[in-house]
Ligand binder design. Sequence first.
Ligand code: ADP
Ligand code: MG
Length: 342
Amino acid sequence: DELISQIAAGEVVERPASVVRELVDNALDAGANQITVRLLAGGVRLITVEDDGGGIPPGELAIALKRHATSKIASLQELESVATMGFRGEALAAINSVAELTLLSRSADQATAFMLDGRTGEIQPAARGPGTTVEVKELFFSTPARRKFLKTDATELAHCIDAVRRHALARPEVGFAIWHEGKLVEQWRACGKDGTVTSDDADEAAGSRAFDQRLADVLGADFITASVAVDYRGRDASGRAIRVRGRAGVPDTARSRADQQFSYVNGRYVRDKVLTHAARSAYEDVLHGQRQPVYALHIEIDPTRVDVNVHPTKIEVRFRDSREVHQAVRHALEDALAAPRA
Ligand code: ADP
Ligand code: MG
């Protein structure tokens, strides 16, 4: 079982950034308003993720570390429409099998926090405000062969920051801070309303402002000045709404950087060749390929038209009909890029 867990873990945990991604995922699922990530040695020696979310009741601490234990799906039917970011119940179990993990959590209804030692399974009362701290020490300590594949601390740190950045761009209403070796390396303050679709125009405008603010904070103010707004409403093949929103860089001043292509499907960061191809086609058509596409796009699509459960790292998706998505993204970008600019 130990071996099986470690093999399964290899699928989920590749490097410190994979741990950071999963822990921040969980913090967001728990409804956190503020998430703080602390790292030592690029995350190899220590990763802690602190949140002020709903917490884990003491009776569920041990269960959280079991494989396939998740509090996030009540039924198989729910799989189809699950809105949370993770639902496989593998991450904590996987991390616990390749590192020293402790869970410190206080749920809203508890007067005290409890701490679980992932190795011994011991639970003890502890001090903490409401929320959860997950501490992950000495990643791959028992698998030196895997540890050897890690790059320099600086490179691993950069990947960790990338992982948080991807979440941060999707959730402007949540504040994030990243510390490395005791120094604050990134801080993105919570910026108001979330951008969820609503019939209320004022709410929506506030949501867009929050997204733009977060984009400026994360990618730099020049990303906003050198980009155009994307807002496209179309229909999928079965006639249901498909929406593409965000910003696309324009060539006069935008820096061409392949690492500034961010796409989200129903709030989840994805990398997908259908999307990158659609973007490239639009840039090719309108700007004759003068620059590499630079964008942050949020695609909202009927959840039954997309399978997000393809791979444990959850970056990949499979669209039911890739043409409908390709078309929507291409049109969205073409409209935005071709529109006269103020
Ligand atoms: P999943 O997120 O797929 O359910 P995980 O292994 O990531 O699986 O987490 C297992 C369970 O632990 C979650 O379903 C949740 O109940 C609990 N959990 C993990 N992290 C947190 C957190 N930061 N706040 C509250 N609950 C958490
Ligand atoms: Mg999870």
